[in-house]
Write a protein that binds this ligand. Structure first.
Ligand SMILES: [Zn+2]
Length: 257
């Protein structure tokens, strides 16, 4: 069994085949998926799916670093309300992106800190989007939660030092399709996996993005998360059954499911 800890199956990309796509996930051993909604509107979509597929789909909501400038008091209030629903088991994605986000870093830092404070109040794990921003994220997290916090370093794309840094902060490192990519530039991600154990790691697809090999070029979907877990098994020299079981236990521990 597997859990896809991060996907966007509320997107229009799945409008025509959401039902059969979720069935294919089950057929591939993916028994649970976390649908990450962006801003209250996306969160409501994720929640609706979680209610439609109880025990199979769970929900998350947050202000992505791309939306940092849109986070105001009323949005935070809507998050608080949405996150009180039992299907909402994760808060995010949130964080800092120094590559593509439209808002300057200080705006992203503020939005991240405000959401981390609310996560503390609600005692929820968070899903962090960090792109070339580990040190910045670390500073914001320690500023709000000096002892660190809990959650996932989503779509991890840095190297061994940053991977160990996330573990030090209390987080699990979440690998997506890049770990399967043949590109040399992805070697560093595989190096990071080598310094971790399955107790530090969860897997995700980030569907519809980042489709793993051998499906690259197609739309991604939760059933493909097995390819990422299989690649990790190869890197660690473990059986895939063992990696499936241990990373799923890691995800369950954080999410409480
Ligand atoms: Zn995402």
């Amino acid at each position: 069994m597997l859990i896809d800890t991060h996907c966007h199956i509320n997107f229009k990309d799945y409008e025509l085949d959401r039902e059969s796509m979720l069935q294919r996930a089950l057929d591939n051993g993916v028994e649970k998926v976390i649908c990450v909604g962006m801003l209250p509107e996306g969160g409501r979509e994720a929640l609706a799916l979680a209610r439609k597929y109880p025990g199979r789909v769970y929900a998350s909501v947050g202000a992505h670093p791309y939306d940092a400038g849109k986070l105001d008091a009323s949005t935070l209030g809507e998050f608080r309300e949405l996150l009180s629903e039992p299907e909402m088991i994760l808060f995010g994605e949130m964080g800092i992106d120094t590559v593509k986000a439209p808002d300057p870093v200080h705006v992203q830092e503020r939005a991240f800190a405000q959401q981390l404070e609310l996560a503390g109040e609600l005692d929820l794990p968070v899903c962090v989007h960090s792109r070339d921003a580990f040190k910045l994220c670390e500073r914001v997290i320690r500023g709000v939660h000096p002892q660190g916090w809990k959650g996932f370093a989503h779509c991890f794309s840095d190297g061994p030092d940053e991977a160990l840094g996330w573990v030090e902060l209390g987080f699990k490192v979440s690998f997506a399709g890049q770990v399967t990519f043949k590109n040399r530039s992805c070697d560093v991600i595989r190096e990071a996996a080598k310094v971790l154990t399955p107790e530090d790691v969860v897997v995700e697809t980030d569907s519809p993005f980042l489709t793993p090999d051998p499906h690259r070029g197609k739309r991604n979907e939760p059933g493909f998360v097995r390819h990422t877990a299989e690649k990790l098994a190869e890197i660690w020299g473990l059986s895939r059954e063992e990696v499936f079981a241990r990373t799923t236990a890691t995800a369950r521990g954080v999410l409480g499911i």
